[in-house]
Structure formats: structure tokens, C-alpha cells
Design a binder for this molecule. Structure first.
Ligand SMILES: [Zn+2]
Length: 409
């Protein structure tokens, strides 16, 4: 006969669950925790005492109860004391943030990145430099409990190696290990795919809280995806699942960076839109201050379409058509409650929503389509960073006291 979980296992699980409530939901009274967690009052009191002693939460009297009787203490995350470092490596930017328990971004640094092959020394050096700058500004009693990075590419789960990242110019790069070494915090750096992490961020803190089935589409140079089904991220056998950008929507269509043709990313990505709008590589059109690539260039096409520029409108229509076809396929397969457009796809979707809806009406099956909600990312350009922070906090939420003892020991 197999032994059930020990008292210690149950306590560890409950500590993590309580901390997760406070981390994701913000300040909450002991009475509410008792109701939400289905535990008795003395157990909740013991758990909050342990977390308070570890410096992860603090308990305060509520500011105003308006009720008679003894008020229930409110449990708050120690946001300014306990934090993680979150990093984002995209084709066009490097970002780093110090994120407190509870999810507040306490400090941040950002710089643009040139689209050149991945230089591990330079990138890890720049990000570690940002972290050092932010760390110098912290008080002596603060504690860093984790670090994680979102990267635009496929990441090997076990060791944070970027296996493929055509839009970063990366292949088999030991990024997590090198960034961890340069940070010098004695902490491993978890690494995840940016669209996967942004999907989790929207699910835990963004537009899709309480939505259990969603698809997040992230546009930059290419198109990444994060698929959450039944509340769980779909990773596939090796963790590379969700590469919806390479779903073929137009056989024989535009060549794709992956070597195939007519992938969603080849028909909808930045280059497809800019070329369709007559703004492909080359000098900027007369009177146009905007560069020929990146988010600003995409935004300029959407703005031009809004102002009545027919070429820009046609370009958005064309791209919106392919985007709608891709979304229809995904809706038929996964039956999501919500599809979220993030990164540069926020702008593209807002400029082509009619085409996307029209394709869905034609190609998505009725029952899957009826209750589907199409939304833009609520976390916007912070979605990937917020997702990386959640990845960094994950092990603290799994075993709060053990992790804190290790990092402060
Ligand atoms: Zn492709």
C-alpha cells in the first residue's frame, strides 16, 4: 500500500496555495482565505504566521471595516521586500524588470536591439548589467528569490537552451546558464518561450483571468502562440508546442524563415504587412519619419489606413484575411473561449477586425464560434515580462519556506 501525503507535504501545499492567493489576488482577509481555501480558521492562522515569520507576507488590521465586531486581519504580500528579476529578449528589444511578490513592477530597464545574429556575451552582459543597476537601488533587507527570461524562440525545458530562434538569429544557445552565471545571484535562470509566457501572464493577471481555454497570438517579426487548455499550457512532448506561426494557411504562398511557404507568420508577420503596404525594405517614403521595420513601422501602416490611405487599408485587409483563416483553424481544433492578440498583432487586429471576423464566420464551425471572444492583450508590451516574472515566482509558490530559507541562508 502506498503511503498518502505526509503532514509536511500537506503543510507545504497549503503554504504555497495561500501564498498564491495573496500573490495573484492581492491583499485578502483571513476570513476570505478561510472560505476560499476550505480550511479552518486555526489552520489559516498557522499558515499565515509561518509566511509572516519568513517575511513573505505581513498581516494588518483592515483600514475600514464598517462592521461591528473584531475585524479579520488582512494578509498582504511583502511586495517591496521579496522580488524576482524578469527579462525579455525580443527581436527589437531587451528588457529587464524587478518585480515584487504580488506582481508589481518595481523597477525596469529597456533598450532597443539591432536585428543581428544572437551575441550571447553581449546580450547576457547587457541584461545582467540592468539587474545590477536595479539591485544597487534596493534596500538592504530585500531578497531576490528567482530569475527568469522570456525569449522569442523555442527553449529546451530542462536547461534553458534556446534551440531555435530564427528571428533572434539564435540556434542552440545556452542562454539560461550564461545569464545565471553573469547575474551571480546563486540562482538558476528559468527560460521560456515569450508567447507561452505572455499567454500565462494574460491568464493569471491580464484579460483572461478565470478563462480556462484560450489562445494567445504574439506578433513581432514572426508570430508565436501560447495555447492554454483546461487551465494548462499546452507544451507538447518536448515543450515546443504552440508554434502556430508555422501553421500553413497558404500553400505555395510567401517563403517563411523556417524554410516552408505560406506559414501564418509569412502571410501575416511584419514583413508581409509592410511589403503589402508598399513599405518593404529600402529608404523611407518621402515625408515618412518612421523606420522601415519594427513596431513603429507597423503602427504607421495602421495609422495611415485610419486616415484613409487606400494602399495601407488593402494591406491590412490582405493580412487580416490570412490572420482570420489561421484563427478559424485554431478555433476549430481547440474550441477556445478567448483568442488574444498581442505584440504587434494588437495593432494589426484592431486594423483588420472585420476581415478576421468575416473569415471566422466562413471557416469556423458554428458552435465553436458562437461564444468565442476576440480580445487584445491587456498587459500589452509588458505581457512577456510579466510572464517571465510568474515563471520566476513559480518555485517560490511551490515551496515558499524552503526557497526562502535557501536564498537567505
Ligand atoms: Zn514557417
Amino acid at each position: 500500500m502506498r503511503a498518502g501525503p505526509s503532514q509536511e507535504d500537506i503543510r507545504r501545499h497549503n503554504l504555497g496555495a495561500l501564498l498564491r492567493h495573496v500573490h495573484l489576488g492581492g491583499p485578502i482577509s483571513r476570513a476570505e482565505l478561510t472560505a476560499k481555501m476550505g480550511l479552518n480558521r486555526s489552520t489559516i492562522m498557522a499558515l499565515t504566521s509561518d509566511l509572516t515569520a519568513a517575511g513573505l507576507v505581513r498581516e494588518e488590521l483592515p483600514r475600514e471595516t464598517g462592521r461591528a465586531g473584531r475585524p479579520s486581519l488582512v494578509v498582504r504580500p511583502e511586495s517591496s521586500r521579496v522580488y524576482v528579476f524578469a527579462f525579455d529578449v525580443g527581436p527589437d528589444r531587451l528588457a529587464a524588470a524587478r518585480v515584487g511578490l504580488g506582481g508589481a513592477i518595481l523597477d525596469r530597464r529597456e533598450t532597443s536591439r539591432r536585428r543581428v545574429p544572437f551575441d550571447l556575451d553581449e546580450l547576457a552582459g547587457a541584461l545582467a548589467g540592468f539587474a545590477r543597476q536595479m539591485r544597487r537601488k534596493t534596500r538592504a533587507d530585500t531578497v531576490c528569490v528567482g530569475a527568469a527570461a522570456a525569449v522569442s524562440g523555442g527553449v529546451r525545458r530542462d536547461d534553458g537552451v534556446i534551440m531555435f530562434g530564427p528571428n533572434l538569429g539564435a540556434e542552440a544557445v545556452p542562454f539560461g546558464e550564461e545569464l545565471g552565471r553573469r547575474l551571480g545571484l546563486g540562482l538558476p535562470v528559468s527560460v521560456g518561450n515569450d508567447a507561452n509566457l505572455a499567454a500565462l501572464a494574460e491568464h493569471s493577471r491580464g484579460v483572461a483571468v478565470a478563462v480556462r481555454d484560450l489562445i494567445y497570438l504574439h506578433g513581432d517579426v514572426g508570430i508565436g502562440g501560447g495555447i492554454i487548455t483546461g487551465g494548462h499550457l499546452l507544451g507538447g512532448h518536448d515543450g515546443y508546442g504552440g508554434e502556430v506561426g508555422h501553421m500553413v494557411v497558404n500553400p505555395g504562398g510567401r517563403p517563411c524563415g523556417c524554410g516552408s511557404r505560406g506559414c501564418l507568420e509569412a502571410e501575416v508577420g511584419e514583413r508581409a504587412l509592410l511589403e503589402a503596404a508598399g513599405r518593404g525594405p529600402g529608404p523611407a517614403p518621402a515625408g515618412e519619419p518612421v523606420g522601415r521595420q519594427g513596431r513603429e513601422a507597423v503602427r504607421a501602416v495602421v495609422d495611415a489606413a485610419d486616415r484613409g490611405d487606400i494602399v495601407a487599408q488593402e494591406a491590412l485587409k490582405r493580412v487580416g484575411d490570412w490572420l482570420g483563416l489561421g484563427v478559424a483553424n485554431l478555433v476549430n481544433i481547440f474550441n477556445p473561449e478567448m483568442v488574444i492578440f498581442g505584440g504587434m498583432l494588437r495593432e494589426v487586429y484592431l486594423g483588420s477586425a472585420a476581415q478576421v471576423r468575416s473569415r471566422l464566420a466562413t471557416h469556423a464551425m458554428g458552435p465553436q464560434r458562437e461564444r468565442l471572444r476576440l480580445r487584445t492583450s491587456a498587459l500589452a508590451d509588458d505581457a512577456t515580462l510579466v510572464g517571465a516574472a510568474e515563471l520566476a515566482f513559480a518555485h517560490v509558490l511551490a515551496d515558499p519556506l524552503e526557497v526562502l530559507a535557501r536564498v537567505t541562508g
